[in-house]
Design a protein around this ligand. Structure first.
Ligand code: PEP
Length: 264
């Protein structure tokens, strides 16, 4: 059975002085063993968030990582620098694809770096609005998966069990507009089928948790978790609000219990 995962992407919000108290408030509002909870603050807030979350069961993630181990890359952060600070890492977020011009090839190299370094990647994929309107959403996302796998040398399923994929339609991120649950579930199926088409066994592809991301709130999470193909959410704006996180994680815990009961 795949875990239910709720990951918070704080983006470029919080400071080293307010991040710890916010993390503590979220921990207090979301206590459960049924849901894998991850908070991804800005780099400079990793240490205070790690300290605030000690003993809560919530993992800490970074929002990005450089594909190389070290070198003359001013302003960049390597996987090794994250040791002791983060155990997860968002890779290929659409805001970085847009603002830092990250390609699928670069994203694949970053995935490989995460996996080799013991960081659990949350690999973001998703189509633009014009691509969905042109009926090309699944083809675009399948291509992102394939190119990332090839660039990361991950086309043999070796990393099943470590990789998490977040389907984030770009037009739904930060817009207040969400995908339909059924469309997100169809994309989750397409993603697992793309893994299979690129060298993964059916069993390996089936172990990969697929999250939905895009304007998720406590009010909208239910539509996504009602889909068996969806295993949680990557949450941006709402993840800065403990009350919203409480509602999202509570709904996720209900889903986790129901799936466990159904699996016997
Ligand atoms: C995100 O940052 O991945 C995201 C989905 O943001 P939001 O929930 O604000 O749309």
């Amino acid at each position: 059975m795949r875990p239910i995962i709720i990951a918070a992407n704080w983006k470029m919000n919080t400071t080293p002085s307010d991040a710890g108290p916010l993390a503590s408030a979220i921990a207090a509002a979301t206590a459960t063993d049924d849901v894998v909870r991850v908070i991804c603050p800005p780099y400079v807030c990793l240490a205070p968030v790690r300290d605030a979350l000690a003993g809560t069961g919530i993992a800490v993630g970074a929002q990005d990582v450089h594909p190389l181990a070290a070198g003359a890359y001013t302003g960049e952060i390597s996987a090794g620098m994250l040791t002791g600070l983060a155990t997860w890492c968002i890779v290929g977020h659409s805001e970085r694809r847009r603002d830092q011009h990250e390609t699928d090839e670069l994203v694949g190299r970053k995935l490989a770096r995460c996996l080799e370094s013991g960081l659990r990647p949350i690999w973001c994929v998703g189509e633009q609005l014009d691509e969905r309107e042109a009926g090309r959403a699944e083809a675009v996302v399948r291509e992102q998966v394939e190119r990332g796998l090839v660039a990361g040398g991950m086309a043999n399923g070796e990393w099943a069990g470590s990789v998490v994929i977040a389907y984030e339609p770009v037009w739904a991120i930060g817009t207040g507009r969400t995908a339909r649950g059924a469309d997100a579930a169809a994309m989750a199926d397409a993603i697992r089928s793309a893994l299979e088409a690129n060298g993964w066994t059916r069993d390996a592809a089936a172990t990969v948790p697929v999250l939905y991301g895009g304007s998720v709130t406590a009010a909208s999470i239910g539509e996504f978790l009602a889909e068996p193909a969806i295993d949680g959410a990557l949450v941006g704006g709402a993840s800065l609000k403990p009350d919203e996180m409480a509602g999202i994680v509570a709904r996720a815990a209900t889903t986790a219990a129901a799936r466990r009961a159904a699996a016997g």
